[in-house]
Write a protein that binds this ligand. Structure first.
Ligand code: FAD
Length: 464
């Protein structure tokens, strides 16, 4: 069985890893860019500062992924306790916001509490929520929604929450325990320990991309070919064509490129190509600013911050020099901030002013002042940044993915399956591993099609 894997991001690299681990001998991994890593790659700018394509935090739901990370970098990691904050109303509120509303101005705190009391009365009744707005209102009450949930979610998704579905949240959004909120209010206590990423690790050198560079380098020689961009797929004859005119025959195609892009490349399936326009995504701008000196005391231990207010262009900023001292050119003498800004047809962005607006946002938030020496600025736009969980997403995916599979094409990964809820690095890597296990041994894929926390089985010698 000849397996062609397209795209050497975390999904494709991990698929290659699993193919090698299983001893399969007829496969190839091709990548359009001149380097592996995809959205999890890192960049060193002309002034020696390292940037991720958006602040990447590594956490894991899988022992297999833990082992993969050890294979990649051994113990060359920096361990962190998550310190995430919300900056609004000229004050810090610890994340998760809903547990720490005692820090809000009294009028807003009162509105949030009124909303929380109101939803207790409604608990459990009525029709299921029809969209994300309804889900938010029922889960958090009107006050919390208007103070934080609505403005923040518009900034991060670049679409109004009313356009998003409800099936994707899973563990990502904490629901509210009113008694806990009240205890925190009475004791004026910050409540910060929530969720799967309370601790995380980061590569000591080279940014997040170092992980995927290291794993790619350990794949068997000649199996990874960069600089080969897929331009067409003949599904009937199972032939892939590349920008340089070269072709590859396959029995199974594991595509990790965005599903809408893939559908447009299907030369002989106009019925599937026609569905490409139904997919909704947002783009991401990543802006890195490097400084001489040290961060202000308010930022020395913070990891990342959320910004729900419309006055600041970014929804999130990472103190990237806190992740590893080696993310700056001169460790100990410099520091860096990295901001993320979303873009969509509903939320346009003027890319020509984005660096200047980001710096202004840092000033307005008090992170820097006019005398802070800026030594580098860096900007990257990612066309496919977030796979939007739009209303009706699952109906489209449930129609398209099986039809692809019927012709031997497995679309997997962050934008391959478009499932935001399983689109981080660990999920993506496991989608690649599990797709290989399915193709070679018929083992059902659990990350995309079932429960989380499943482990791939030990290698079985016989292949399907
Ligand atoms: C702003 C931002 C922040 C993030 N933060 C985190 C985080 O904190 N933690 C975390 O775990 N994850 C995070 N992620 C997600 C992480 O980047 C993804 O999980 C991961 O990169 C997905 O891997 P993938 O292989 O599925 O897709 P990708 O990384 O997108 O890889 C797809 C590959 O396909 C290649 N390709 C595309 N078209 C073609 C073509 N026609 N021919 C050949 N090759 C092609 C691309 O060049 C790319 O290398 C973040 C992502 C973004 C955008």
């Amino acid at each position: 069985m000849r397996i062609l894997v397209v795209g050497a991001g975390p999904t494709g690299i991990s698929a290659g890893w699993r193919l090698a681990e299983r001893g399969h001998d007829d496969w190839l991994l091709v990548e359009g860019d001149d380097h592996p890593g995809g959205l999890a790659a890192s960049v060193v700018d002309e002034n020696g500062f390292t940037w991720d394509l958006g602040g990447h935090v590594l956490f894991s739901h899988y022992r297999y992924f833990d082992q993969l990370m050890r294979e990649a970098l051994g113990d060359a990691w920096v361990e962190h306790e998550r310190e995430a904050w919300v900056w609004m109303r000229e004050r810090w509120v610890p994340y998760p916001f809903q547990n720490n509303i005692w820090r809000l101005p009294p009028d807003e705190l009162a509105r949030c509490l009124e909303g929380l009391v109101a939803i207790q009365r409604l608990a459990g009744g009525g029709e299921p929520p029809a969209n994300f707005v309804e889900w938010l209102r029922r889960s958090f009450g009107d006050g919390l929604c208007e103070t934080f949930m609505f403005p923040y979610n518009f900034k991060v998704w670049a679409y109004e929450p009313s356009q998003l579905g409800v099936d994707w949240m899973g563990e990502r959004v904490a629901t509210v325990d009113l008694a806990r909120v009240l205890r925190n209010l009475v004791f004026q206590r910050d409540d910060v320990n929530w969720g799967p990423n309370a601790t995380f690790k980061f590569p000591l050198h080279g940014g997040t991309g170092a992980i995927w560079d290291a794993l790619a380098a350990k794949l068997p020689a000649d199996r990874l070919e960069c600089g080969r961009r897929l331009t067409a797929v003949d599904t009937a004859n199972r032939v892939a064509t590349f920008a340089d005119g070269s072709v590859e025959r396959y029995d199974r195609l594991l595509s990790t490129i965005p599903c809408d892009v893939l559908l447009r490349l299907l030369a002989d399936r106009p019925d599937l190509t026609a569905r490409a326009d139904e997919f909704v995504h947002s783009s991401s701008h990543v802006v890195g600013i490097g400084f001489d000196g040290s961060p202000p005391p308010s930022l020395t231990t913070k990891c990342w911050m959320y910004f729900p207010e419309p006055e600041t262009p970014f929804y999130r900023t990472t103190v990237f020099s806190n992740y590893s001292p080696n993310n700056v050119a001169r460790p100990g003498e410099q520091w860096s901030l990295m901001a993320e800004i979303s873009e969509s047809r509903d939320k346009p962005v003027d890319a020509s002013r984005i660096i200047e607006q980001t710096i202004a946002g840092f000033r307005r938030s008090g992170f820097i002042d006019d005398s802070t020496p800026i030594v580098t600025t860096w900007h990257r736009r990612l066309e496919h940044g977030y796979p939007t969980p739009w209303l009706g997403r699952d109906a489209v995916l449930n129609a398209v993915l099986p039809q692809l599979e019927a012709c031997g094409i497995f679309s997997r990964g962050r934008f391959g399956t478009w499932r935001y809820e399983v689109s981080n690095q660990d999920h993506s890597a496991m989608q690649g591993v599990e797709a290989v296990d399915w193709m070679l041994a018929g083992i059902p894929e659990t990350t995309v099609f079932g429960g989380m926390n499943a482990e791939p089985p030990a290698i079985v010698p016989e292949e399907k």
